[in-house]
Design a protein around this ligand. Structure first.
Ligand SMILES: [Zn+2]
Length: 311
């Protein structure tokens, strides 16, 4: 496993531009991508420039670049992600299924799917239960049509019928599958060749060492409002004993998404969602077999970490 860091910042106010920092930090074109672009708005028309660096997080040039940027008063955008080897993916106890396009497909309440809020948290709706078939926006389907694994706006996972058949034939545990319908603007309903994956088993809460933002948890249930840290890789940390009852498909106890402002009506608020954790067996069944299929995978698989054990 290695951690990659991406550093992006605007270079138009640096005397000498990006090269000033890049040469001092000894970063060549192999790690830096410079872009010039035109700002053409009602208020101004001028050229601007930015640079994007991709480095190993352990590279000593990272600290140099960040320090140099700071001397010019620049706060770069920093993004870190872990890259795992195939062996590490295959030996992980569980992997996070992270959809790529989770804000592309409307579905749920606005389209006629019904929910039972009777056992949900009255502040954030965690614990809400879907009580009818998932109905999605037929327009939005265009944006995800190539994705093998797709997610609705609320991160409900949709799989192709063929993949569901593969999972069922392999006796995968912890999930059931419901049909999905699409609704056009005119109200016409049609059945999709995708199914919604319902996760039945909920994990124990993660270990505190998980890289999560816990500053805005729901004040009533303390179970929702978890967020990822934008400048840190996604790392869910569990204790070895948390894995005692895992299934092939599992949901995190933690409910993600920013807590809505106090809504007058819970039905109009944004609801939180769990993330899905799967075994390598499920990953292998869902993974694209060809290059083209892999390109349209629609999700990443990121190993969970076990406390005090290296992945
Ligand atoms: Zn709550």
């Amino acid at each position: 496993m290695k951690t990659i860091i991406e550093i992006r910042f605007n270079t138009s106010n640096i005397p000498g531009g990006a090269d000033t920092i890049l040469s001092l930090a000894q970063c060549g074109n192999d790690v830096a991508k410079k872009t010039e672009y035109e700002i053409n708005s009602f208020f101004e028309k001028r050229m601007s420039s930015r640079v994007e660096l991709t480095l190993d997080n352990n590279d000593e040039r990272v600290a140099k670049v960040l320090a140099l940027a700071a001397t010019y008063g620049i706060e770069p955008l920093v993004d870190r992600h872990d890259v795992y080897t195939e062996d590490e993916l295959q030996s992980a106890p569980l992997l996070v299924l992270r959809p790529w396009w989770n804000r592309q497909l409307g579905g749920g309440r606005l389209y006629g799917t019904t929910y039972d809020l009777s056992k949900a948290c009255p502040r954030c709706a965690s614990g809400v239960r879907q009580s009818s078939t998932m109905i999605v926006d037929s327009e939005g389907l265009r944006r995800i049509e190539n994705a093998r694994i797709a997610a609705t706006y609320d991160e409900e996972i949709l799989l192709h019928d063929v993949d569901v058949e593969r999972l069922l034939a392999a006796g995968v545990t912890g999930a059931s599958f419901w049909p999905v319908q699409a609704k056009t603007k005119g109200g016409k309903i049609s059945e999709l060749r995708r199914q919604q994956m319902f996760v039945e088993y909920v994990m124990p809460p993660m270990a505190p060492s998980s890289l999560l933002n816990r500053t805005k948890l729901c004040p009533m249930c303390h179970r929702s409002g978890f967020m990822h840290l934008s400048d840190q890789p996604l790392r869910y940390m569990y204790r070895r004993e948390d894995l005692a009852n895992i299934q092939d498909v599992n949901a995190t106890w933690e409910q993600f998404s920013e807590l809505s402002d106090l809504p007058e009506d819970l039905n109009k608020a944004r609801w939180p969602e769990a993330n899905v954790l799967i075994t390598p067996k499920v990953m292998n069944l869902l993974r694209g077999k060809t290059k083209k299929e892999a390109k349209n995978q629609g999700c990443d698989f990121i190993p969970i970490w076990i406390e005090d054990e290296k992945p």
